[in-house]
Design a protein around this ligand. Structure first.
Ligand code: ZN
Ligand code: ZN
Length: 106
């Protein structure tokens, strides 16, 4: 029995990390999973409260969070996903070719 841990009330108020389920979460996944378009605004309050996109919001601890470009924190799932959605070199070549042809009017 460890009295220090047992006496820490905060541990029960804090959300556990969704990945390791051991440590306390310190951040949320910033990956945008849902774009929401505002339909209409009744007043300025509605306008300022609008949420243009919903993020994954997976609670994570420092150890499990993956930093992307030193700006965003992603959960391991979305961190792997963001790497997969980058075009592979062959695709990039095709894209460049298309853009070049378009610009030069071939
Ligand atoms: Zn964790
Ligand atoms: Zn995520």
């Amino acid at each position: 029995m460890n009295p220090k841990i047992d006496n820490d009330e905060n541990i029960f108020r804090k959300v556990k990390c969704g990945i390791c389920k051991k440590r306390v979460s310190t951040r949320l996944c910033d990956f945008v999973v849902d774009y929401r378009q505002p339909m209409f605004f009744r007043d300025y309050h509605d306008f300022s409260e609008q949420q243009l996109h919903g993020t994954c919001d997976m609670p994570m601890c420092d150890e499990c969070a993956k930093s992307y470009n030193n700006i965003y924190d992603f959960c391991p799932f979305h961190y792997g996903f963001i790497k997969k959605i980058q075009p592979i070199p062959e695709m990039k070549r095709a894209i460049t070719e298309y853009v070049t042809k378009d610009l030069l009017n071939f």
